[in-house]
Design a binder for this molecule. Sequence first.
Ligand SMILES: Cc1cc2nc3c(=O)[nH]c(=O)nc-3n(C[C@H](O)[C@H](O)[C@H](O)COP(=O)(O)O)c2cc1C
Length: 163
Amino acid sequence: MEAYECILSKRDSRSYSGQAISEETLQGILQAGRMSGSSKNTQPWGFIVIQDDAQKAKIAECGDFAKHVPAATLVIVVVLTPGGSGFDAGRAAQNMMLAAWNRGITSCPVALHRPDCASDVLGLPEGHTAAMLLAFGYPESEESRHRGIARNAMKELVHQERW
Ligand SMILES: Cc1cc2nc3c(=O)[nH]c(=O)nc-3n(C[C@H](O)[C@H](O)[C@H](O)COP(=O)(O)O)c2cc1C
């Protein structure tokens, strides 16, 4: 898929077909996260791959809007190491979701509202935080990818020289 088309057509989708994601594809997704830029190249992250159903169910309990997580084929939690910035985590997360979509795999970022719960389930070392959970899977259907949420008009969000 062409990069611009990949960016514009990516929707955050919560329905998955259950089709398996190959190890090669998983490694491609992780590589996209690994290659993300970060402040001073500090790479302040680790990626926890979750494929076990029981672990998916447990981590889903740590977020308020995570009902679809147990049905995801693959979950990756982006963990920030001490002092890491959310911006860096966001870059790695979006890179992985776009790399997945380029391979026909849809995804949805999911907030983990209870950090202590996430740290406990994931066994995070002191000072590490779960920045974002990413739920992945091949789409259930083309329609299931779309919730029809519009974006703000260009003229409302773009400013020239000053706000
Ligand atoms: C920081 C962040 C947190 C989000 N948390 C959740 C979440 O907890 N559960 C969920 O289902 N979607 C979550 N989303 C997905 C948003 O709902 C989604 O990006 C937005 O509705 C646009 O969706 P679209 O690209 O499919 O139009 C989150 C997105 C971001 C960027």
